[in-house]
Ligand binder design. Structure first.
Ligand SMILES: Cc1ncc(COP(=O)(O)O)c(C=O)c1O
Length: 377
């Protein structure tokens, strides 16, 4: 598997900086003050990237553990939640809340489409809610949603309502301004735009969320309770610390721009190959492109998946086995370090060859030229 280029939407290939950390020795156990210094330093840098003066917490576990932690501390059986649901991960915030005993209303929108802001305002005006949940980057559809815009609508009704944002596949690839945008809970992921190992989400709470947490905390006594503070873990804390150093040195704006360019190159090139993408232009994601295949090819892909499993479809299989590029079935990730021109060129070339193998002629040279053009050569 070594020379496969991993252009999925997570676990992405591990960042060279993190690889260095993992190979390094562990000088002190986590109860020594040197470890605490590393952890604190990492969390301070995380604050800068999240755009907040509030404390940030390291939680161990997959992204869903981060989401569960974020919600667990602000939900009880009297909580009313409105979930903005334009896809799988938007929906998931509501499912979690419901499982925790909240009363949840799903505001279902179309996949790949903008949030219906009029409907949001109407729903918030008509019924009382304590929390609105949303996803910043809907990884299922390649759509980027705007927490600031949602906050503005919420504030027109009541600024007491908390805004919970799943930032798992957005963090590190697009900007977030926690304080300025009025987010109340933000959860990051590690295995996506950070190119870190899956397992170290960060959670951040606003003062309003902490006040709510304190009101309901007598019922919160277990692992997900923030009373436990940070989870110590040498490799993750040290790895993220080194990585954040490197990201801040490169400059966040530069990194976000690289995601923007790489995803634009993917979108423009796949159009030349005769494909399309799901998200409306207004909300295209810088880190995820959901491909729309021609109808009959999509039908064949669906049949393959039914027989062979989600990764068994003909496009994914040929791309990986014959051309050495792994995409996330129908999504191409442009995440973190792997937004380089050479990665995009290799991915588009593999996709073009695969389509040709399947009988879909296309102009590979023109698509590759487009990538070069968008990267500015
Ligand atoms: C937006 C979003 N939220 C949550 C998750 C879940 O992350 P994990 O698989 O680490 O639990 C994912 C994973 O794809 C995601 O894309």
């Amino acid at each position: 598997m070594n020379d496969i280029l991993n252009m999925t939407v997570g676990q992405t290939e591990i960042h060279p900086v993190i690889k260095g950390t993992i190979n390094d020795s562990i000088p002190v156990p986590t109860y020594f003050k040197e470890y605490k210094q590393i952890q604190n330093s990492m969390l301070e840098k995380a604050q800068k990237i999240i755009g907040t003066k509030m404390p940030v917490y390291l939680k161990l576990g997959i992204g869903r553990v981060g989401l569960e932690t974020g919600l667990y501390n602000i939900i009880d059986e009297n909580t009313k939640v409105l979930t903005i649901d334009n896809g799988q991960w938007g929906h998931f915030g509501g499912t979690l809340s419901k499982n925790m005993g909240a009363e949840v209303q799903f505001m279902e929108g179309q996949k790949g489409k903008q949030i219906n802001f009029e409907q949001l305002k109407e729903e918030l005006t008509k019924n009382h809610y304590d929390i609105v949940t949303m996803v910043q980057n809907e990884t299922q559809t390649g759509a980027l949603y705007n927490p600031q815009r949602v906050r503005e609508i919420i504030d027109e009704v009541s600024s007491d309502i908390l805004l919970f944002v799943d930032g798992i596949s957005a963090f590190g690839g697009t900007e977030v301004k926690f304080d300025e945008w009025g987010i109340d809970v933000y959860v990051t992921g590690s295995q996506k735009c950070l190119n870190a190992p899956q397992g170290c989400p960060l959670v951040c709470y606003s003062q309003k969320a902490i006040d709510r947490m304190n009101k309901i905390k007598q019922n919160k006594k277990f692992y997900f309770s923030m009373a436990l503070d940070n989870n110590p873990e040498y490799l993750f804390a040290r790895g993220l610390n080194d990585l954040f150093d490197s990201l801040l040195k490169d400059g966040l704006d530069e990194i976000y721009k690289q995601h923007y360019i790489a995803s634009k190159a993917v979108r423009e090139a796949i159009k030349i190959l005769g494909l399309n993408y799901m998200a409306d232009e207004e909300i295209v994601s810088p880190s995820t492109t959901r491909i729309v295949f021609p109808e009959e090819l999509q039908k064949a892909i669906d049949e393959d998946r039914e027989k062979l499993g989600i990764d068994g479809d003909r496009v994914t299989t040929i791309m990986k086995d014959k051309y050495g590029v792994c995409i996330a079935e129908d999504r191409i990730g442009t995440m973190g370090f792997y937004t380089r021109k050479e990665d995009i060129l290799r991915t588009i070339e593999a996709l073009s060859n695969t389509l040709k193998d399947l009988g879909y002629s296309n102009d590979k040279d023109k698509a590759l030229e487009k990538v070069e053009e968008i990267f500015g050569n």
